[in-house]
Design a protein around this ligand. Structure first.
Ligand code: FES
Length: 140
């Protein structure tokens, strides 16, 4: 009879010992994901304005930002953290953004969803040109 409580205690202790490990694992993964998919919170310089062609778009993966330029030269920018489950979008095909996680697609010129499972549009950003460089920043 005395072995049973000891076994239970061992089981409990083993469970307790594993829990922090699992917790750390989750925390580390979440932290990594947060770093990669953090929305823009302050202005960032993206690069030369000339990199975005009229009628085209450019994806700045390091900053999770896409900038497009319409035929009349108007620039637009959106955050490229997927609105479905927060993956950083890493593919731009023409002006179509494609999320690697579950295949959602977005229009880089409007931020609108082209293909589910995402249903919410991308975060609109402010984009401006300073000394020939593109600056993206959160809307206020
Ligand atoms: Fe982008 Fe699911 S996180 S489609």
């Amino acid at each position: 009879m005395s072995a049973r409580p000891a076994a239970s205690r061992r089981t409990v202790l083993r469970g307790a010992a594993l829990t922090p490990v699992a917790g750390l694992g989750l925390t580390a993964c979440k932290g990594d994901a947060d770093d990669r998919s953090a929305p823009l919170t302050e202005p960032v310089e993206l690069g030369p304005e000339s990199e975005v062609a009229e009628g085209g778009a450019k994806l700045y993966r390091d900053h999770n930002v896409v900038v497009s330029r319409s035929g009349d030269g108007t620039l637009k920018a959106y955050g490229t953290v997927c609105t479905h489950a927060g993956c950083p979008i890493n593919k731009l095909d023409g002006t179509k953004l494609i999320c690697p996680c579950h295949g959602s697609e977005f229009d880089a010129t409007t931020g609108k969803v082209l293909r589910e499972p995402a249903v919410a549009p991308l975060q609109p950003l402010v984009v401006e040109v300073r000394n020939g460089a593109l600056i993206a920043k959160p809307q206020t």
